[in-house]
Ligand binder design. Structure first.
Ligand code: UN1
Length: 493
């Protein structure tokens, strides 16, 4: 199968005809070939989007929302097929793939609801016989750059608010997961979205991403990916005076206090550390544990880690799928070596799994390090794989300090049965998402998603906050006095 761009409601070959193979990370098998577009394709898509957006902005928001209801319905109808493609292409286990598609469906219906809200504000004017209000207005053409780890959900967090708010978009999905974008584009087409409102351009970040950021008609760039790339996007975006919304890395921790329900904590750690083979921005990669229960927590955790089945995610009994590609496998292993050199103690895992039947895919053993110190590289840098570092602390305050002592700020979690500690923690943990008595993953689409410090730049995906990225405030004053009324001058009582 050859995946071509979707531009102006048509399936179009890119200007140059280079294709790159798409591989199944579980088997190494080639699934498809994807078009590697150029700046010329971005130009064509931006032109189509600009024309389409002018009309789209005039469609009333509740009508724009009707397309999202239809998109949601089609995704629901196609849920199992979408989940199967997702597992084959990205590797996450089928149960999680179904969950991710569900996240997209939820986003469709939630954002469709915004079509009938999209509240503005009315505000008293300082002048008599004058009415003041602020309304959300569409921005124009927006650019979406999405990662491979959540190829459906993250795309919906960005594209659905863009649609309902009256923008047209140009979407560059990750080169590792174009099939999901292709499936979504088919759904946009089937839902009858007017040509040019949704455009998908496949290709590399260096070529297509750069062209999008440099394009004068693309007013917003919403990016999810690494902090390193995000910084470059922000720099180029700044130069071009674009609004840039960034969601980047994480180094998320689960804190386990000495009054925690340990079995509950172990289940939360397992799910958030090894789900998606640790390849979530929200994945738990540090466990900060009170010294009083460290040995016991470690014992219970190890018992369960050793039972995790690793394999092809299409097998319903498998709990941990492959990682995305060989490069990721090498990166994960290099961190394990760094951890050992730094003096951390490897409790389990720490190896590439390549005995048959796993020899064709990219599998890494679920790994636990202990006796990790907070400033070691394995406790500071994002590994994006199934590797957990256990760090011992002696107090609640120390736990909070260790949690906050990284450059990232996406998600954090604390297990405690003390209600006072729980409330203090939700205030003092300096991440964009905090969980009490639950792991670090599992964000729901109607709440803002994003993080502080090196994770973001103040914007949020998802939730009603996403509308702030894709709309601009317009302040409207209606003077019904029939005479000149001067603000700041004619307002004495
Ligand atoms: C991501 O890791 O990039 O909260 C997104 C979660 C999911 C979304 C993760 N709902 O883990």
């Amino acid at each position: 199968m050859k995946l071509t761009n979707y531009v102006n409601g048509e399936w179009q070959e890119a200007v140059n005809s280079d294709f790159t193979p798409v591989l199944n990370p579980a088997t190494g098998e080639q699934l498809a070939q994807v078009q590697m577009s150029t700046a010329a394709d971005v130009e064509a898509a931006a032109r189509a989007a600009k024309t389409a957006q002018k009309k789209w902005a005039k469609v009333p928001a509740p009508k724009r929302a009707d397309y999202l209801y239809e998109i949601g319905r089609l995704m629901k109808e196609d849920k199992e097929h979408l989940a199967q493609v997702l597992t084959k292409e990205m590797g996450k286990v089928i149960e999680e793939a179904r969950g991710e598609v569900q996240e997209g469906i939820d986003m469709a219906f939630y954002m469709a609801g915004e079509g009938r809200r999209m509240f503005g504000e009315t505000t008293p004017s300082e002048l008599a016989d004058k009415f003041a209000m602020s309304v959300r207005s569409p921005i124009g053409v927006v650019g979406l750059i999405t990662p491979w780890n959540f190829p459906v959900a993250i795309a919906t967090w960005k594209s659905f608010p863009a649609i309902v708010a009256g923008n047209a978009f140009l979407w560059k999905p990750a080169t590792e997961t174009p099939m999901m974008a292709f499936e979504m584009a088919k759904i946009f087409e089937a839902a009858g979205l007017p040509p040019g409102v949704a455009n998908v351009v496949f290709g590399s970040g260096a070529e297509v991403g750069t062209a999008m950021i440099e394009h004068p008609d693309i007013k917003v760039i919403s990016f999810t990916g690494s902090t390193e790339t995000g910084r470059k996007v922000a720099e180029a975006g700044g130069r071009n005076l674009k609004k840039v919304s960034l969601e980047m890395g994480g180094k998320n921790a689960v804190i386990v206090m000495d009054d925690a329900d340990l079995d509950l904590a172990v289940d939360g750690i397992l799910w958030s550390a090894y789900g998606t083979a640790g390849q979530r921005c929200t994945a738990c990669s540090r466990v900060i544990v009170h010294k009083g229960i460290k040995e016991e927590l470690q014992r219970r955790l190890l018992e369960k880690v050793e039972m995790l089945t690793v394999g092809d995610g299409l097998d319903e009994t498998v709990k941990v799928g492959p990682v995305i590609n060989k490069k990721a496998l090498e990166k994960i292993h290099s961190y394990v070596e760094i951890g050992q050199q730094e003096g951390a103690k490897l409790l389990v895992g720490g190896a590439v799994l390549n005995d048959a039947p796993l020899d064709k895919g990219n599998y890494y053993a679920p790994t636990v390090f202990t006796d990790v110190l907070p400033d070691m590289r394995i406790a500071q840098e994002e590994i994006f794989g199934p590797v957990v570092s256990i760090i011992e602390v002696s107090s609640f305050e120390e736990a909070i300090g260790v949690n906050n002592g990284v450059i990232y700020g996406l998600s954090s979690s604390i297990y405690t049965s003390d209600v006072n500690r729980a409330f203090k923690a939700q205030r003092d943990l300096d991440t964009g998402i905090v969980y009490i008595n639950a792991g670090t993953t599992g964000a729901e689409i109607h709440l803002p998603f994003g993080g502080t410090k090196g994770t973001g730049n103040g914007h949020r995906d998802s939730g009603v906050a996403a509308l702030d990225v894709f709309t601009e405030w317009k302040s409207v004053y209606i003077d019904f006095s029939g005479k000149l009324q001067r603000a700041q001058i004619d307002n004495e009582i």
